[in-house]
Design a protein. Structure first.
Length: 506
């Protein structure tokens, strides 16, 4: 009953005129940002971060969270109409969304994506409301060893569960950790990795600069190179009667995918460094495995749209949970939100629920309101979105470039970081050309500054004994799981080799 009372007060806070206006504006902007190839929630939140200094801190975070929600909805639009994911979180939506559009069922695909996003968001918000206070109370017992164990688990999820090439994933993580170490040592205060003695590196590498470079400039270059001017749009006629009909059909044919994506996406989203992209891909795979007709996937199955869309919206809410309760970002976008909270004097962590209950429950209440308005705006403006995506990419690409430059400069107001952002964008493009995963590097630069000091503090506490990570009741199990995940590819390789040897012997 106490949670219901707190939630009611949070909903009232979210429905305050200024907050309601910012929610509607945020989800609308997020939809436009999410649907544009090369942009996404990371870039959108980063670019619009300076605008939020004009409003109170709680309203600012509500606005940024609304953009995040809107972008999760919007990513499916270009995936379906153009076959180009608006963001990495919408990659799996392309698999069946584009074939549906090519069959003349673009309206069904778009409506299914919107309904699945709403269902996934609603389920995840309810789970968030139920488990956030519990996790916050557990988090009170977290010390440096426990936090480092979580960081290790975050990196292990990429190494052990990632579908990418393992050596390339490890190299990507190492690159991110190197960039995270640039600047002054937190403990000794000595400068390190100041490349070519350029003074701009003394303040370290700003995460927003890296994020905009990789997800703005890099994605734009990748889109230009991969499409080579052959971008074609798909007609999608929408009417009120058609929306009602497509809604019924999407619920009938896509409920399995929605169910799998909603729950699996939330629990994958909670894992630090996992986030919406692996959650959507995993949900697509599980939905295909659970289907009675798996061969229909990739050919226009509504479940193939529903599962990843429910998952990426559910995971986006799930990634908020470790950020608020533990101060650990669950995705690149929540890392930016985390930075914004620190700027406004709010300290994420277990004490946030007791010290700032009005802010926390106002934010949770805004999740419900944002999710509803994102669905309404999405269904209402689908024809307009399709019209905008008919814009030639020769016009869209310069717009993305200008927005990225402005967002990169606004982060630090230092031209050194603008040049650095361009270098990151070009590097990200070439890394992608050689099939190196970018997400591990981006998240490593966020988690590196957390992992390194906690590792050193833990070893100082134990006089250099690494067993401190195994003999503590919370850190121990987490460390063991992380080690198993890291060694999982090795066990799989040995098993495959043994199986092949047995087959050759027989």
């Amino acid at each position: 009953m106490e949670i219901l009372g707190l939630l009611s007060s949070g909903l009232l806070e979210a429905l305050q005129p200024i907050n309601l206006l910012l929610i509607i504006l945020g989800v609308t902007l997020g939809l436009f940002i999410g649907m544009m190839p090369g942009l996404g929630s990371v870039n959108g939140v980063a670019i619009l971060l300076p605008i939020t200094f004009l409003v109170p801190p709680a309203s600012a975070i509500i606005f940024l969270a609304a953009i995040y929600y809107g972008a999760m909805y919007g990513g499916a639009i270009s995936s379906i109409t153009l076959g180009i994911p608006g963001a990495s979180t919408a990659v799996a939506t392309t698999f069946d969304g584009r074939p549906l559009a090519m069959k003349g069922r673009a309206s069904l695909a778009l409506v299914t994506a919107g309904i699945a996003s709403f269902v996934g968001g609603t389920v995840s918000i309810i789970l968030f409301t139920m488990f956030a206070p519990l996790l916050a109370s557990v988090a009170l017992s977290f010390g440096s060893p426990e936090v480092f164990a979580l960081m290790l688990l975050a990196f292990a999820t990429f190494v052990g569960l990632g579908g990418d090439d393992i050596p390339k994933t490890i190299l990507s993580i190492c690159l991110g950790l190197v960039f995270a170490a640039v600047g002054f040592d937190e403990i000794s205060g000595a400068p390190r990795l100041v490349f070519f003695d350029i003074s701009g590196f003394l303040h370290g590498i700003n995460f927003l600069v890296l994020a905009i470079g990789v997800y703005g400039i890099g994605e734009m270059l990748w889109t230009i190179d991969s499409t080579r001017g052959k971008i074609t749009s798909t007609e999608a006629k929408m009417s009120f009667k058609g929306v009602v009909s497509d809604t019924k059909e999407s619920l009938q044919k896509g409920w399995t995918g929605m169910s799998i994506g909603s729950f699996l996406g939330f629990f994958v989203g909670i894992l630090p460094a996992a986030g919406a992209t692996p959650g959507s891909l995993m949900s697509y795979g599980v939905a295909k495995l659970a289907s009675k007709n798996p061969s229909s996937y990739g050919k226009g199955n509504p479940n193939g749209v529903a599962a990843p869309e429910a998952a990426n919206n559910s995971a986006s809410t799930g990634s908020m949970l470790p950020m608020l309760t533990l101060g650990i970002p669950g995705s690149p976008t929540t890392a930016i939100l985390l930075g914004g909270m620190v700027i406004w004097g709010l300290t994420p962590g277990p004490r946030l629920f007791t010290d700032q209950p009005e802010f926390v429950w106002g934010l949770i209440g805004s999740f419900y309101v944002s999710n509803f308005f994102a669905l309404v705006v999405n269904l209402s403006f689908i024809p307009l979105f399709i019209w905008m995506l008919r814009m030639p990419f020769t016009i869209l690409a310069p717009m993305i470039f200008v927005l990225s430059i402005v967002g990169g400069y606004a982060a630090t107001r230092d031209m050194h970081d603008v040049w650095l952002m361009l270098a990151f964008g070009l590097s990200a493009f070439f890394l992608r050309k050689f099939d190196y995963p970018l997400a591990p590097a981006v998240l490593a630069i966020v988690l590196g500054p957390i992992a390194e000091p906690t590792l050193r503090q833990s070893l100082l506490l134990s006089s250099g004994d690494p067993m401190i990570f195994l003999n503590r009741p919370i850190a121990g199990p987490i460390t063991v799981i992380a080690i198993i995940l890291i060694l999982l590819p090795l066990f799989k390789a040995i098993s495959d080799k043994f199986r092949k040897q047995q087959n050759s012997d027989t």
